[in-house]
Structures are given as C-alpha cells and as structure tokens.
Design a protein around this ligand. Structure first.
Ligand code: CO8
Length: 243
C-alpha cells in the first residue's frame, strides 16, 4: 500500500476512511497474505494526524475524527496479514504510530529523516494506546523518555533503540521489504496469526474497553482554549520554519 495524500501524507478523516477501506479489501482477499506499507510522498512517510482536523472544528467533528484514528490503529495493529513498514521518509507522531503497528519496520538511512512520537512538542499528549504501542516496541524506559521529551530520532538512533528493525540505503528499501516479507510468509499463517494475537490482544482490549471514554477525553482535551492555542502556534512555527 503506497500512501499518497500529498504533500505530507497527513492523516485526515478522508484519508483515514480511504485507508481503512483499502486495508479491509486486502484483509478480505484470501490471496493476500501480506502488506508492505510505504509512501508515495517524497521524503515523508506520514506527517501524522492532520492538525487541521484538530483545530477550529466542532466537538462532533473531533469525535468522528478520533473514532477513525482509533479504527485505523485497531485494524492495522490486529491485521491478520504480515505488515511491513517501508519507512521511506520522516514519520512523526501518527506516522510513527502507523509504523509501530506493523510487524516489522525498515527505514531508509537518510539523515534528514526522523521518526518518533513528538506530541509533547505540540503541547498535546499521546493517548494511552499510543504509549502502549511504543512500550510494546521499545520498552518502558525508552518510551518514558521519548514521550516526555517528544523525541524525534534519526534513523541510526531509531535503530539503536529498536524503534525500527533495520536500516537500508534508500534505493534498496522496497526490495529489502519484499525479501523480509518472503521470510515472514514462510511461517504458516495460522501459527503466526495466533502468536500475534496473543502478543497484542491485551493492548487492543484495553482500548476496546475504554473506547468511548477515550473519545470523550480527546474531545474535551482538544477543545480547550490552551490546547487550540498550542496547535495554532505549532502550525505557525511550521510555516515560519519554511520561511
Ligand atoms: N497536519 C496538517 N498539515 C501538515 C502537517 C500535519 N501533521 N504536517 C505538515 N503539514 C503541512 C504544512 O503546514 C505545510 O502546509 P502549507 O504548505 O499550507 O504551509 C505542508 O504540509 C508542507 O509542510 P512543510 O513545509 O513543513 O514540509 P517539509 O517537507 O519541510 O516537512 C514534515 C515535512 C517533517 C512532515 C513537517 O511538516 C512536520 O514536522 N510536520 C508536523 C508533523 C507533526 O508534528 N505531526 C504531529 C501531528 S499530531 C499526531 O499525529 C498525534 C496526535 C495525538 C493526539 C493527541 C491527543 C490530543
């Protein structure tokens, strides 16, 4: 699956809806056993959640948007298919979450790219299931530090802490993803799927149990004046940085 919501593959409500439909089609296709998730946007895997979906909108809109974000996570994290992220660009916040949902992460060795959950840098807080996903990937201590400081890691740093499994020269990323896919597909599907579910179910169940309250938390948090102001300032900073 090549994501292409230019310029930066931000996860808008429309994009998430399309993503979910595409994923479901593949999930229901008996001939499809694995998916390589990558980007068609130059230099960006995904810029994460579309900030415009979290700014200046109604409470109903925020609730609908958040439900779609939850759904993306639930479907991707629990996919029966082998999922490999070929991270061919920067991958902050929601982009990092998508990559962490996959079974294996390969990142291009480009020093300009970065990956991490940088929410605190925007003045917002990653919800518990973002945190859980990161804990499951890199452990408790590295997650605590990453989340509090909103760290974005270079490819070698991300590899060192286990946030990505492998680095490759940019031009080799798709062929390497295909080679890794063959290794994973050599394992009988049912055994791999049951094992994946055993590893991930407790994390998934936690969100399923608290899904409604998580939506309410998001809406009451994001509608706060101080949070709206933080997001506005962050967007202005992005524009100024570009000059
Ligand atoms: N959402 C919406 N628009 C975005 C986003 C985004 N996430 N990222 C970039 N854009 C826009 C820019 O504003 C710019 O718009 P315009 O052309 O109108 O000025 C355009 O995309 C291109 O951006 P840049 O010029 O910055 O492009 P670069 O190639 O220089 O940089 C980056 C690309 C690295 C992706 C950079 O844009 C960036 O760092 N973006 C911000 C990424 C980010 O911090 N995302 C976090 C989103 S929050 C999230 O995913 C999780 C939230 C969890 C919820 C918390 C509960 C409250």
């Amino acid at each position: 699956m090549k994501m292409e919501n230019l310029p930066v593959n931000s996860l808008s409500l429309d994009f998430l809806t399309e993503f979910l439909i595409s994923l479901e089609k593949l999930e229901n296709d008996r001939g499809c056993r694995g998916v390589i998730l990558t980007s068609g946007a130059p230099k960006i895997f995904s810029a994460g959640l579309d900030i415009m979906e979290m700014y200046g909108k109604s409470a109903e809109h925020y609730a609908e948007f958040w439900k779609a974000v939850q759904e993306m996570w639930l479907r991707l994290y629990q996919s029966n298919m082998v999922t490999i992220a070929a991270i061919n660009g920067s991958s902050p916040a929601g982009g990092c979450l998508m990559a962490m949902c996959c079974d294996y992460r390969i990142m291009a060795e480009n020093p300009k790219y970065s990956i991490g959950l940088n929410e605190t840098q925007l003045g917002i807080v990653a919800p518990f299931w973002f945190k859980d996903t990161m804990v499951n990937t890199i452990g408790n201590r590295a997650t605590e530090r990453s989340l509090e400081l909103g760290l974005l890691y270079s490819p070698p740093e991300a590899h060192k802490i286990g946030l990505v499994d492998q680095l490759v020269p940019e031009e080799k990323i798709q062929s390497m993803a295909a080679a890794v896919m063959s290794q994973w597909l050599a394992i009988p599907d049912h055994a791999r799927q049951i094992t994946k579910s055993m590893m991930r179910k407790p994390t998934v169940d936690r969100l399923l149990t608290h899904r409604e309250s998580d939506i309410q938390n998001f809406v009451s948090f994001i509608t706060k004046d101080s949070i709206q102001k933080s997001l506005q300032m962050y967007m202005e900073m992005l524009k100024q940085r570009r000059g």
